[in-house]
Each structure stands twice: as structure tokens, then as C-alpha cells.
Design a protein around this ligand. Structure first.
Ligand code: 2HA
Ligand code: ZN
Length: 276
């Protein structure tokens, strides 16, 4: 099968386009990675070119060795992925040690995979282990309202979790484990990758202060839906704060409400965020 005919490639491209339409991908902002299933690779194998040089990842991800990933290109614009996928995304294969990769399809005009490849692969490694292989997507976007909140809320997991939960009743059901926050760090390197992947041990959402959002999930819809839910909640919070001269709320979803909700929806909420 042609690579562009594969369903996972279509879904990947669709996510890029939906994120762009949301306004989360100005210029070359944001990136996406997908750990490809064996049967999906088998279906497109004849169209991959394995005769390529190995390049350094910049970190080591031993449990992802020999696996294939579909990723966005460094410096590429999400805006262009739908129209020109072969120029803007690529499939990479990792080597025996999980420290090198080669580009086996895509980026036909040259270039490298996303500048955040270390963060993507380290997060994919953590969530692969944590979910027994179920999670295979990591998505980074510059979600406007989440970024805005990192200028006014304390950069604490517990506070972001509680505030975001309070803004929409479905939030604690969609991300019961809460969200983690990474303080401002230089993007693109191993340090921010290590900090983010530590958070991915317990959360599916990591917020990068003054930068954006990292989310992970099992399917494209669920992963995008998670970013969408978190950002929608952040947008409501920005409106509430703006209307109300600060963080004072006249009424909100209370601790007892969350406990009742968790019981009915059968979810286990992050206990830290339930403490008043
Ligand atoms: O791809 O968003 O964090 C550009 C970025 C880096
Ligand atoms: Zn970014």
C-alpha cells in the first residue's frame, strides 16, 4: 500500500490540520509523533527506503529499539501538512540501541524530524511501559489559553489540575489523574524531555510554562480530544478570571461535587487536587 493511503497516516494528517485550524500551530509551532503498529508497517513496507544513514536522537530510548514512528518535520508548518504531507512529515526507524534513527519515508525536500524528538520519544517510551503498549501518540501544541494561564497561576500540578477540573464538569472524567506542569525550560533538548517524561509517569497531560501543551493517548481522536478538552477548560478559566478581576469565583464545582462525580463515573481522581 502507498504510505499516504494508510489509515494511520490519514488520521495523523487530519490531527495536524485540526490543530492548525484551532490556532495552536502558528508558524512551525507544535509537533506530533505516532508509534506505528507492526501490521501497519508491514502494509507499507515496500514503499519505505531503509537504505539511509543513521543519525543521533540526542537521547536513548532502549525500549523503543527497532520501532517505526511517524513524526512531523523540524521547522515545518502544521498549516502545510494536509496539502504537502511528503514534504512535511516522515517515518523514522530506530536502531538496535534506541539511540539513533533513520528517515525511511517523507521529508522529500530534506530536513530532520521534529526538534522535540527527544521529548516525543522519551514520553512514548514512558507511556508505552505505563499502558502496556496501548498509548502510541504524543502531541505538542501551542494552546493559547493554557499558555496564558502559566503567567498567572502558580506553576503547581495540584493548582492547575484543580482549576482546570472546575471549569467543565467533564474534565475530571477526561483527565482524572490531573495535569503536570514543567517550569520554563529551553525547548528541544534532553533536559526538558527528562522533566516531561517524569510527569508522563503519572499524567497524560504536561503543560510547558509559557510554551504549550504535551498530551499522550492511544488513538488520534482521544489524544486530540484531550488537548481540546484541556484547552477549552483553560479558555473558560481565562474568561472567568477576566470577567471577575482575579481568581474569585462566585460559585464553582466543590470538592464534594468532585467526589460525587468520581463515584458515579467510576474514576479515581488525583487526591492532591482534591485537598482544599
Ligand atoms: O516545533 O513547537 O517546541 C516547534 C516547537 C518547539
Ligand atoms: Zn513548542
Amino acid at each position: 500500500m502507498k504510505v499516504l493511503d494508510a489509515l494511520f497516516v490519514k488520521q495523523f494528517i487530519n490531527l495536524c490540520d485540526n490543530g492548525y485550524k484551532k490556532g495552536w500551530h502558528e508558524r512551525n509551532g507544535g509537533n506530533l509523533s505516532y508509534r506505528i503498529k507492526d501490521e501497519e508497517i508491514a502494509s507499507i513496507k515496500e514503499n519505505l527506503n531503509e537504505d539511509k544513514p543513521w543519525l543521533d536522537i540526542g537521547t536513548t530510548v532502549p525500549t523503543l529499539k527497532n520501532e517505526y514512528f511517524l513524526v512531523t518535520g523540524s521547522g515545518r508548518f502544521m498549516m502545510n501538512v494536509k496539502e504537502f504531507p511528503e514534504s512535511n512529515i516522515c517515518i523514522i526507524k530506530l536502531d538496535e540501541t534506541g539511540s539513533k534513527f533513520k528517515i525511511v519515508w517523507g521529508l522529500i525536500e530534506g530536513g530532520r524530524p521534529t526538534s522535540e524528538l527527544p521529548s516525543h520519544l522519551m514520553n512514548l517510551e514512558v507511556v508505552k511501559r505505563r499502558t502496556n503498549g496501548e498509548f502510541r501518540i504524543v502531541y505538542h501544541c501551542h494552546a493559547t489559553n493554557i499558555i496564558a494561564l502559566t503567567f498567572v497561576l502558580p506553576l503547581e500540578d495540584k493548582i492547575f489540575t484543580r482549576e482546570l477540573w472546575e471549569m467543565a464538569t467533564e474534565c475530571p472524567v477526561v483527565f482524572p489523574e490531573g495535569v503536570g506542569v514543567v517550569p520554563w525550560m529551553v525547548p528541544g533538548g534532553k533536559d526538558i524531555a527528562v522533566a516531561t517524561s517524569k510527569l508522563m509517569e503519572k499524567y497524560n497531560v504536561a503543560i510547558w510554562a509559557h510554551h504549550g501543551l504535551f498530551v499522550t493517548g492511544p488513538t488520534f481522536d482521544i489524544t486530540f480530544g484531550l488537548a481540546d478538552t484541556v484547552e477549552k477548560s483553560a479558555e473558560i478559566l481565562v474568561k472567568v478570571i477576566s470577567m471577575n478581576g482575579g481568581l474569585k469565583k462566585r460559585q464553582t464545582i466543590t470538592t464534594q461535587n468532585f467526589i460525587d462525580l468520581a463515584k458515579d463515573f467510576n474514576v479515581k481522581l488525583n487526591e492532591d487536587a482534591l485537598k482544599d
